[in-house]
Design a protein around this ligand. Sequence first.
Ligand SMILES: Nc1ncnc2c1ncn2[C@@H]1O[C@H](COP(=O)(O)OP(=O)(O)OP(=O)(O)O)[C@@H](O)[C@H]1O
Length: 363
Amino acid sequence: MSDGLQVADVVVRYAGAAGPAVDGVDLAVPTGEVVALLGPSGCGKSSLLRAVAGLEPLSGGDVAWDGVSVVDVPVHRRGFGLLFQDGQLFAHRDVAGNVAYGLPERRDRAAREARVAELLDLVGLPGTQRRDVATLSGGERQRVALARALAPRPRLLLLDEPLSALDRALRERLALDLRDVLVATGTTALFVTHDQDEAFAVADRVAVMDAGRLLQVAAPGALWARPASRRVAAFLGYEAFVDVPAPGADVPTAVRALVDAARDAGVALLPAGGVLALAAGAFVVAPDLSPEASPRLAASGDAGPGVTGVVEVLRSRRGRTEVVVDVDAVGRLSALAPAGWTCAPGTRVPLRVDSAAVAGLPG
Ligand SMILES: Nc1ncnc2c1ncn2[C@@H]1O[C@H](COP(=O)(O)OP(=O)(O)OP(=O)(O)O)[C@@H](O)[C@H]1O
């Protein structure tokens, strides 16, 4: 028998809809693990989460905890906690009143106060017990909502886009704090997000969903290095795709350089018929490879790999120069350039390959 959450062949169908919102999903979340459900808007993430919570009836399949079906168990008896985008704090209670809401009534006052203080410490809001929740920032409200959700020690915490109402900088910080809190408390969690960075920051494993189906479930590093398909890779942010040529085939310089660099770096099997997925940064602008910068190399006819592309857009991001470059036989993608480097749009520039931003996919 497996422990934790088991979702087996779950189907969620809304009345009047053309097809199911969740279409035969299998997913296991063992005790203590944090899994992110990642996918584009409308792919069925929230429907699956709500089905696990018991807020949405199943049209097929089963949801079980520790091998025992909970399908007939009402929402509030499942022992699952819920946290939504807007933490839905009680406006008429102060911070302590909100956090204590989930604690069993039988606890004496001192024990309740100690537990509230412990939870507020945990979420980074020590000493805020008496604050009026109306005076809290958006990030602080979500921290209080998290403390309240964790108060009864749920056996599973279900989080539906809990950070998406916050601005980017705050979201990035809270995602890391959220992971720390879930790990520190050993909380088993299923976390819905449409943001790849957030999923990678929070989860032990990421489950990629599209059109009601699970496409791939893997640890963040493995998912990034070995997306199972072009669809998964495109959703993760890979920008361009190149077919791996047959051995000995006559191929354009850029494709040859990519395949060679990927092979040298041990990028997972590159069968002919496979595909290379290129993330931003797969090409790096290399001014030192230009004939002007290396007249001796140019004279010898060995001016580096000879890959070039035409710069279409330049932008400065966090002190670095990024460009959009059009590479012959590959297409447009984002490339990095040395700090402070610049050129006029339309300039053809030398490029080198960074195999760390290249993944191999089955064809
Ligand atoms: N109560 C409902 N009644 C009818 N259709 C619904 C209902 N809730 C969701 N849907 C539909 O089911 C599909 C999946 O929606 P769901 O909210 O689960 O996706 P999601 O991936 O969570 O999207 P988002 O990130 O935008 O919230 C969508 O086509 C949506 O329009």
